[in-house]
Design a protein around this ligand. Structure first.
Ligand code: UTP
Length: 275
């Protein structure tokens, strides 16, 4: 059973300035729910009740969101608005939330290494909340837990992207095991289209085995001078210990304005259909 899920949320979110000048990108809402809550709900649905955040400056609103707000709750108690808090109340009642800070933005690999103190020595999930996933029929992390139970190694979620977009992702290549699973042999971070080994891009969902921490400790800065998770995963892949999983469902890149708008439209049309 994987109990812990790590949320690296220390990034500056520069693509959403000025909105992210004094508030976390992860608190931007798709309709009425912040991105980070969608991510935590996905982890919870996968059985992960220990939620760990790697935060930074200007991220305090995330801590407040996953805490009781007495005055507000008292104010709306007994009104029709109370039901809007049902989901977050359930998370607060059942999950635990812990926090540590990444002092310098040295990349996703460094953020995950910073989270070691909260994770310990068991396999764990990682969710990048700006990738908003709508799994079908189950959440993407729940799908990945099943893949982990079969292969017992690190799992990365992948999807095909247009070849001209590969430079924004880690890209994998390997041996097809079945329709959805690939034993990764090679991976490269943000390749130029002509150098990309495939168009299978890693999205913001991972299950990692805890040996990743020792590997990250010994991983020098790579692309853009950042400690790249992909470089550390490549070491595991060389030992046949990484599966790329083509998830079932949709992903919205809410770190970009286009993806954010697409997600908003999608969730709005779902809500209209539900009425
Ligand atoms: P991104 O590069 O997509 O996010 O990192 P960003 O830096 O916040 O956004 P832009 O590009 O400036 O608009 C992917 C994820 O990794 C986290 C980010 O918070 C985001 O969830 N991250 C990245 C860290 O926690 N620490 C880092 O040093 C880098």
């Amino acid at each position: 059973m994987i109990m812990k899920c790590l949320f690296p949320v220390a990034g500056y979110g520069t693509r959403f300035l000025p909105a992210t000048k004094a508030q976390p990108k992860e608190m931007l809402p798709i309709l009425t729910k912040p991105l980070i809550q969608y991510g935590v709900e996905e982890a919870f649905a996968a059985g992960m009740k220990n939620i760990a955040f790697v935060t930074g400056r200007t991220k305090r609103a995330i801590e407040d969101h996953f805490d009781v707000t007495y005055e507000l709750e008292d104010q709306i108690s007994g009104t029709s608005k109370e039901s809007q808090l049902d989901d977050i109340r359930e998370l607060i009642a059942i999950c635990t939330f812990s926090y540590t800070r990444q002092a310098h933005m040295r990349g996703l690999g460094d953020a995950i290494l910073t989270g070691e103190t909260l994770i310990g020595d068991r396999p764990f999930g990682v969710i990048l909340a700006d990738d908003l996933c709508v799994g079908e029929p189950d959440g993407v992390m729940a799908q990945m837990v099943r893949v982990y139970e079969k292969y017992r190694c690190s799992i990365v979620a992948v999807e095909e992207v247009p070849i001209e977009d590969v430079g924004r992702y880690g890209v994998v290549k390997g041996r097809q095991l079945d329709d959805r699973n690939i034993l990764v042999e090679h991976m490269v971070e943000k390749p130029a289209p002509q150098d990309a080994p495939s168009n299978l891009a890693i999205i913001g969902r991972y299950i990692l085995t805890p040996d990743i921490f020792e590997i990250l400790r010994n991983t020098p800065p790579g692309k853009n001078g950042e400690v790249q998770l992909t470089d550390a995963l490549q070491i595991q892949a060389a030992n046949g210990k990484v599966i790329a999983y083509r998830f079932q469902g949709r992903r919205f890149d809410c770190g970009s304005v286009e993806g954010f708008v697409a997600a908003t439209n999608f969730f709005f049309s779902c809500r209209k259909d539900a009425r």
